[in-house]
Write a protein of this length. Structure first.
Length: 199
């Protein structure tokens, strides 16, 4: 019997990632092709070549991981401003999250529109978030690990946060009293921040 692992290694040309466009330009979901057998599964979580085939030409320079111990934790909304703005490729390697991206590019036809998607270790989906977006997520399970690649190094002086419940964005998180860091709890509204992205 030829196993999925062997197929994935020997027949690599046949391994295809699937790109799903959202209603917001530039914001896409990426689904890897997963090979399963009686032992478990194998998939390529990142391939520069395969992303290039999907017209995503981003050179990532840093990997970030976070662990959230308790269900109902919100991390966000975050971004880095220019000249250190970041494009992100996000996936959930343990547990499940509701991942949210907000278009804050002034002049965009979807300015202040948000998009949410469930990412989990089970569905193995990823979201590609271009520069000019806020990003955050809600943990749907305990013991959640989130992994994301960025194309610009962390820059404390360019790091920004916006209130998760900013009424100008009006995200439906589906939770009344999330667990928050002090940074996120006391983050400013978008209207009171110095974040400026142009479409």
């Amino acid at each position: 019997m030829v196993t999925a692992w062997v197929n994935a290694r020997a027949g690599e040309r046949e391994v295809k990632m699937k790109l799903i466009n959202t209603e917001i330009e530039g914001l896409v979901i990426i689904e890897p092709q997963v090979f399963c057998d009686s032992r478990g599964w194998f998939y390529q979580s990142y391939s520069y070549m395969k992303l290039m085939e999907l017209a995503i030409d981003t050179l990532f320079v840093q990997d970030n991981r976070s662990l959230s111990a308790v269900k109902g934790t919100i991390r966000g909304l975050h971004c880095q401003i220019e000249p250190k703005a970041q494009t992100k490729l996000v996936f959930c390697s343990r547990g499940a999250i509701y991942d949210v991206a907000v278009d804050i590019r002034k002049g965009s036809p979807t300015y202040l529109k948000w998009f949410g998607v469930e990412l989990s270790s089970a569905n193995k989906s990823m979201i590609y978030i271009p520069k000019g977006f806020l990003h955050g997520f809600l943990t749907l399970t305990d013991d959640v690990e989130v992994f994301y690649k960025v194309d610009e190094y962390y820059s404390p002086e360019n790091d920004r946060s916006v209130r998760f419940d900013d009424s100008s964005i009006n995200i439906d998180w589906g939770i009344a009293e999330p667990i928050l860091s002090s940074k996120d709890l006391y983050a400013p509204l978008l209207s009171g921040s110095d974040i400026k992205f142009i479409y």
